[in-house]
Ligand binder design. Structure first.
Ligand SMILES: Nc1ncnc2c1ncn2[C@@H]1O[C@H](COP(=O)(O)OP(=O)(O)OP(=O)(O)O)[C@@H](O)[C@H]1O
Ligand SMILES: O=P(O)(O)OC[C@H]1O[C@H](OP(=O)(O)OP(=O)(O)O)[C@H](O)[C@@H]1O
Ligand SMILES: [Mg+2]
Length: 300
């Protein structure tokens, strides 16, 4: 019996295939990042689509489960992948991390019921540990020289100690709400995870130029995050006072205003979180007509 050839074989030399999550909590922010980077998903990236073209004819997007992405990249089915660092570690895939996207922050922790007398990892010798991350958990306890029995679950791990299935869990914690709600206490931290861009090592050599273009585009969005652009008019004699308020931030650009020689336009990139306070200081220093604008990308 002959096997049908795959509809989407390993991408050829002129094409970079980037795998991103098809669903789950990190998929929304990743889609947004792709859009802002200017790549733009041609068909909007509906959940059921397998592959979508982008605005760049040499880049296509493959939608996959976050846990499968490391292996797709390692095997060359995709050249690049965006997924959690925890997923990459769990699969132990031969991929190279090329960029930290600085989102999807979560910590994989060892936790036990609040009332448990377990204080340290060593106290867990002989215990049952439930987790969605058996490989990472096995390596962690082996690294501590502590023998445990690992119980692999597919989710809702926090329930297992209360059901008598496990004595401890190794699970992700982000806001800490789920641990608190389930009366669990952290004993140790296993891994800090963020969303990362990983590459197939061979693709990294063969398709370096296009991959660098993608990294540059994604990096420029990350760099712009939390920053905004301030524009204002300042009387020339108040410029020194306005500069006083602005230093420390990326140096302001000062331009003449053609219609009024006593006036200068001052532009600066500032942190969003500082804008509220800064505006009042700038006004007191003599700035007027202040505009606050979002920044989509910063390219260096
Ligand atoms: N608070 C969090 N809890 C779980 N995962 C998180 C959290 N914050 C970020 N992540 C990251 O999201 C990814 C989880 O992907 P996953 O496919 O499991 O999606 P999910 O949102 O957990 O959906 P589900 O569990 O329903 O499948 C991991 O890489 C993980 O590190
Ligand atoms: O610290 P928090 O902000 O509360 O987040 C942590 C929770 O989020 C994840 O669960 P998820 O929603 O993925 O469900 P799951 O356990 O079924 O995977 C994780 O497994 C924790 O349960
Ligand atoms: Mg989950």
């Amino acid at each position: 019996m002959s096997k049908p050839s795959p509809r989407h074989p390993v991408p050829g030399p002129g094409l970079v295939r980037l795998a991103i999550p098809n669903k789950g909590r990190i998929s929304g922010p990743i889609n947004e990042l792709i859009e802002k980077s200017g790549l733009h998903l041609a068909e909007g990236g509906s959940e059921r689509r397998l592959i979508t073209r982008t605005r760049d004819p040499n880049v296509e997007i493959l939608f996959a489960r976050p846990i499968d992405i490391p292996e797709y990249v390692a095997s060359g089915v995709a050249d690049l992948g965006i997924t959690g660092k925890d997923m990459v570690m769990e699969r132990g895939s031969a991929v190279e991390q090329v960029l930290d996207l600085q989102t999807g922050k979560a910590t994989l922790v060892v936790a036990v019921p609040e009332e448990s007398d377990i204080e340290t990892v060593a106290d867990l010798a002989g215990a049952k540990v439930a987790t969605e991350f058996p490989a990472i958990t096995r390596a962690f306890f082996a690294g501590h020289g502590v023998a445990v029995t690992i119980v692999t679950v597919g989710g809702a791990c926090e329930a297992t100690p209360h059901l008598g299935i496990a004595d401890a869990i190794v699970d992700l914690s982000s806001s800490g709400t789920t641990l608190r709600t389930n009366h669990l206490r952290v004993v140790d931290e296993v891994l800090a995870s963020t969303t990362v861009l990983v590459a197939n090592p061979a693709s990294l050599t063969a398709k370096r130029e296009k991959i660098d273009e993608i990294i540059l585009a994604l990096e420029s969005v990350i760099r712009a995050k939390g920053q905004c652009y301030l524009m204002m008019n300042v009387q020339r004699n108040a410029l020194a006072d306005v500069r006083e308020v602005l230093p420390g931030l990326s140096g302001p650009t000062v331009m003449d205003v053609a219609s009024d020689e006593n006036l200068v336009a001052v532009h600066a990139v500032v942190k969003e979180e500082r804008v509220y306070q800064l505006i009042n200081q700038l006004k007191r220093a003599g700035a007027k007509d202040i505009l606050v604008m979002p920044i989509e990308r910063i390219i260096r």
